[in-house]
Design a protein around this ligand. Structure first.
Ligand code: 13P
Length: 248
């Protein structure tokens, strides 16, 4: 039985003080140890939030990581730097990075490897746009996104990784994938991995992301190939994030 994971992605929201109170509010309501839980916070708040989550069950993550280990890359943050702030996870390939900042399948694969080299668990975000879904290209897109990482890192690397399926058309739109649509994609992803390494496929946590909310989380999490969620907007409020967590 896979353990579930609920990850918050705060994106570019909040202030130093709101980040601290949100982290404290989540910790206060954690309750029983039913699943893994972590928050991916803006880089600049990692230091503050690292102090707050220390010795608690709330894990910490970053929203991206550089595709190079160090050097003249102005504005980038390396995996080794993240490691200093007790980051357990780093998102790679979030659709907002791919759409607005030019992250490619290849650079995402390099980021994935950089995270792993420092013992940080990469959370590989994949998913199709609305246009791609309408053109029935969903599985082709997902395959290409996975192929790029498998080609560079090898299938064994997925022993220490998480995948987040986030259909772009569902992110921040209020349009959640139905339980069956999400399950279909998650099943496809697990089958893709299984064809290369069955043990990897059975072990890996595959999260759903895209307008996941307290009122739809239970149905999504009940699907056999959905192992939790990557939560954007609803993770900015401790109560709604905890409700989602308690739906696993
Ligand atoms: P929303 O939950 O706000 O749709 O965002 C999902 C997401 O992008 C998480 O990474």
């Amino acid at each position: 039985m896979r353990r579930s994971l609920v990850l918050g992605n705060w994106k570019m929201n909040g202030s130093r003080s709101s980040a601290e109170s949100l982290a404290k509010g989540i910790i206060a309501g954690l309750g029983a140890d039913i699943a893994d839980i972590a928050v991916c916070v803006p880089y600049i708040f990692l230091s503050d939030v690292a102090q707050i989550v220390k010795n608690t069950r709330l894990g910490l993550g970053a929203q991206n990581v550089a595709d190079k280990p160090s050097g003249a890359y102005t504005g980038e943050i390396s995996a080794a730097m993240l490691k200093e702030f007790a980051c357990k996870y780093a998102l790679v390939g979030h659709s907002e990075r791919r759409t607005y900042y030019g992250d490619t399948d290849q650079s995402v694969a390099a980021r994935f490897c950089q995270a792993q080299e420092q013992g940080i668990i990469p959370v590989l975000c994949i998913g199709e746009t609305l246009e791609q879904r309408q053109q029935e290209k969903t599985f082709d897109v997902i395959t290409a996104q996975l192929d790029a990482v498998v080609d560079l890192a090898g299938i064994a690397a997925f022993n220490n990784a998480v995948i987040a399926y986030e259909p772009v058309w569902a992110i921040g739109t209020g349009l959640t994938a139905t339980d069956d649509q999400a399950q279909e994609a998650h099943h496809f992803i697990r089958q893709y991995l299984s064809a290369k390494d069955q043990a990897v496929a059975e072990k890996i946590q595959i999260l759903y992301g895209g307008s996941a909310k307290p009122d739809n989380a239970k149905g999504l999490f009940a699907m056999p190939d959905i192992d939790g969620g990557l939560i954007g907007g609803a993770s900015l409020d401790a109560e709604s994030f905890l409700k989602i967590y308690h739906s696993v």
